[in-house]
Design a protein around this ligand. Sequence first.
Ligand code: SPV
Ligand code: MN
Length: 618
Amino acid sequence: MGEEEILKRRMAGQEYAKLVAIPHPEARRFVAESIELCEPEQVFICSDTPKEIEYIRQMALASGEESSLLTPGHTFHFDGYYDQGRDRAVTKLLVPKGESLGPLNQMEREEGLKEILGLLRGSMAGKTMIVRFLILGPPNSAFTIPCVECTDSWYVAHSASLLYRPGYSTFLGLTSGELFKTLHSAGRLDGRKNSVEVEKKRIYIDYIANTVYSVNTQYAGNSLGFKKLALRLAVRKAHKEGWLAEHFMVVGVRGPGGRKTYLAGAFPSGCGKTSTAMLPGETILADDLAYVRNVGGVARAVNVESGIFGIIQDVNPEDDPIIYQVLTSPGEIIFSNVLVKDGKPYWLGMGRELPTEGVNFSGEWWKGKKGPDGEEVPPSHPNARYAVALDRLPNCDPELNNPEGVELGGIMFGGRDYRASVPVQEGFGWEHGIVTFGAGLETETTFTITEPPKFEINPMSMRDFLSITLGQYLKNYLEFGRRLKKVPLIFGVNYFLKDLQTGEFLNSKRDKHVWVKWMELRVHGEVGAIKIPTGLIPEYEDLEDLFKRVLGKEYRREDYEKQFTLRVRENLEKVRRVREFWKGIPDAPPEVFEILNQQERRLTDALSLGEYISPDKF
Ligand code: SPV
Ligand code: MN
């Protein structure tokens, strides 16, 4: 059957009119093919009018996928018990026969397509397919990527309203050009509106056709295609065109004389990225994803998204005052996988006592309840989240929609490293920083994925999101910096350093604000630094001053000593682990080994000063 016929037969007249107004043939074809495959009872085309946006919100409630909370605009949603995070095992790249992406999770394309299209066939029977046209990056810009999402979940469509920029009007002017497409079905649902066939959960990325398929899942990181799924598509595009698509937050940091300096940061999920982006008194441009391009020799960044899908655990008035305020004020927010009691949301670490019963991702919940896997169910899931539009934040950066993006003064990399790295240091240059802090990013994994925690190397915090080989990815990164006229400084941060004896964290959560202010001053060459074998570290007096000014806190020399003592043994072990990891990557660029070997040599030489060397020995 021809495309036009399918559309006419399956769609109400006004929906058909909205779709055929879009001149881009591939966009229409994708919708037609998705309809033919999934056989929805109805199709709803969202052309981004306020009425339609409100309709989606209402339908998320009417369908039972969301429910209202007492505070106006607040709703909550639960994902299934086994659907509480990104699922690495079933998320695969579809790779043409005979090709390989090294250790990335992949399968043969034809076979994968057959499987996932089979699972999607007829999956929307009796349901409505919602079609959203969106854009990634600001409109009318070199960064803009147009996207189409077809989903049978009103919750997913509603989340798109909060997290992405509307794109229907952009599409009206598009006749050709690259598109990203996602097709999602939650599949068969139970009485709680949760996907039932968890063993048939599949998330496949067909980069050959720029299409992402997702089925039998609802967790937004698996279902809302434009988060990490389309990131894989963007990584390939960026690699082809010589720019960067990254797991970055971007924060605007105020410096002396009212200036603002933008810093990007890559952290694995659950390692402090969002709270770095939201430091009080600074402005937030992006919390999770950024595209970075070379514009006239300068690295300029945009937020791919326009909202935050943030971890709610530990958001409390003291550590994250801004977002706490937003989360407790009227306005549109979707809470997911929190504890709900008497119309109010609760989460772990919110700074007050939680009820001992309520409703959560396991159903009716009471303290001590065991889940279907025999594990005790926490009141709220550690990966419980909130979705909110960025412009709801009082400190949303005014450049959010600047088509030129913002200039990056620096880029930081940080993971959950209990043992080795000092809290903040600067690389000796682009390549040293990218290799030792970025390519060598080591972390303990967190609750944001559906696996028990373990230590792993997570280059640039992109391990889960690559779609080209690691070697190609790193080579593109290194070359990007070499082509710049003005090169951002590269920093390594570690919010998780512990005292080796007591096992206690050596920093408080708010200390990161001082590190960020120090970086700002370094970008402008206004503070000195001490050279140690792993990088350039702050001088005590500068931190003492910053702790006082930024946090109103006294910073003792003994704290500085503990935090910035070089742990030679731990750093040697780290450098060797990182080298082993990259040795396993067949196309690793040779610079990686040169730089790591030099670092090892500097550390070995430093052993003459001892295994633990205080900063004033350098
Ligand atoms: C992350 O886990 O890194 C997130 C949430 O930002 S999501 O990727 O959407 O699962
Ligand atoms: Mn993320």
